[in-house]
Design a protein around this ligand. Structure first.
Ligand SMILES: NC(=O)c1ccc[n+]([C@@H]2O[C@H](COP(=O)([O-])OP(=O)(O)OC[C@H]3O[C@@H](n4cnc5c(N)ncnc54)[C@H](O)[C@@H]3O)[C@@H](O)[C@H]2O)c1
Length: 338
């Protein structure tokens, strides 16, 4: 079966991993990568796909009506998988404008074109952060109330509600996935795991928010990709699926594990003023996708973390290229001047 799949935000961390996953798995699918190439988007992430005749890249902005209309006209996609987003909580706290434009307005423009072009399915990639924060106990399931706490998670929650409205109002076939924290290759090094690896490798301080006891639930990006693939093909119309690997860690434990793997001293750790509104704990109940669609995460955290560290250590040229310009100023503002 020939399918044309438009992947938005395909030059970012999860999108680029997903495109490679799909091109490897399906030789008869065409993948259109529609990406604005913000600071977080890097076509180097997809250099291995460049010569694949089933892969197309188009630079464009999901928050531009003109760009969105023209990509639908040019390619008539059957499916849209929407990864495009502003994604970093700290940046959303400094200025939320781009988060509202891309995550909210952009998602609505995509939904409008998806509907008028009568696509077969719209898969919206969301996050467990829309549920807000947990105490020491419990997990989020698909019926947990939406209670976002940061401008980032509020913008993602808004887009989830717009996707739900497109299903309820117009009957657009949609799925929403809400995944826990991803790790793996090709993640922009402002996020916890690559930031800590990169700093440790350069013998720089490792900034840890508060006392480091915030808990995140980690999943390897490949496991996230296999879950999205399954939702795309078998997700029940209108359904939300939580995706997680049941793998909770305190931030400080992650940082110490990375240092141990890299033979670096814990004296590199520097505790910095906590992030405002910092969610204490996320934990995802993914029993619905496991039971209904038969998905299971495959990658053990200890193996995945080790291979992720090795990947960043052997891709210093990728890090140098991506960590430039505004990131350097941003890093200074976030961590060094505090
Ligand atoms: N990283 C995680 O742990 C995680 C967990 C759960 C869900 N998610 C969701 O997965 C998606 C991808 O996350 P990521 O970590 O890969 O993000 P990322 O920041 O690495 O990449 C985002 C991509 O979107 C592109 N983009 C941004 N604005 C755009 C616009 N207006 N038009 C077109 N393209 C635009 C960027 O250029 C970049 O390539 C996001 O929707 C995020 O909310 C991420």
């Amino acid at each position: 079966m020939n399918k044309i799949i438009m992947v938005t935000g395909g030059a970012g961390f999860i999108g680029s991993n997903f495109i490679k996953f799909m091109l490897n798995k399906y030789q008869d699918y065409k993948i259109i990568n529609f990406d604005k190439l913000t600071y977080a988007g890097n076509l180097r992430n997809l250099s291995s796909a460049e010569n694949n005749p089933n892969y197309y890249f188009v630079k464009g902005d999901i928050a531009s009506e003109k760009d969105v209309k023209s990509i639908f006209e040019e390619f008539s996609p059957d499916y849209v998988v929407n990864f495009a987003a502003e994604t970093h909580v700290d940046r959303s706290i400094m200025d939320s404008t781009a988060f509202i434009m891309t995550n909210v307005v952009g998602t609505q423009l995509l939904l409008d074109s998806a509907r008028t072009n009568q696509i077969k399915k719209f898969v919206h990639i969301s996050t467990d952060e829309v549920y807000g924060s947990l105490g020491q106990e419990g997990t989020f399931n698909e019926n947990s109330p939406i209670k976002p706490n940061s401008p980032y998670s509020a913008s993602k929650a808004s887009s989830d509600l717009l996707v739900r409205a497109a299903w309820k109002t117009y009957g657009l076939n949609v799925n929403i996935t809400r995944c826990s924290n991803n790790y793996g290759p090709l993640q922009f090094p402002e996020k916890l795991i690559p930031l800590m690896i990169n700093n440790a490798n350069n013998n720089k301080e490792l900034p840890v928010y508060g006392n480091g006891t915030n808990v995140r639930d980690w999943i390897h990006v490949e496991d996230h990709c296999s879950a999205i693939d399954l939702v795309l093909h078998e997700g029940v119309p209108g359904s939300v699926y939580n995706i997680g690997a049941d793998n909770e860690w305190k931030n400080i434990e992650i940082v110490k594990t990375i240092l141990r793997h890299m033979n670096k001293p814990e004296s590199l750790i520097r505790f910095v003023t906590d992030r405002p509104g910092h969610d204490l704990r996320y934990a995802i109940d993914s029993s619905k996708i496991q039971k209904d669609l038969g998905w299971k995460p495959q990658i053990e955290f200890s193996d995945g973390l080790k291979s992720t560290i090795d990947w960043y250590l052997s891709h210093s040229e990728w890090i140098e290229e991506i960590v430039k310009g505004d990131y350097v100023n941003y890093y200074k503002q976030m961590y060094e001047e505090r």
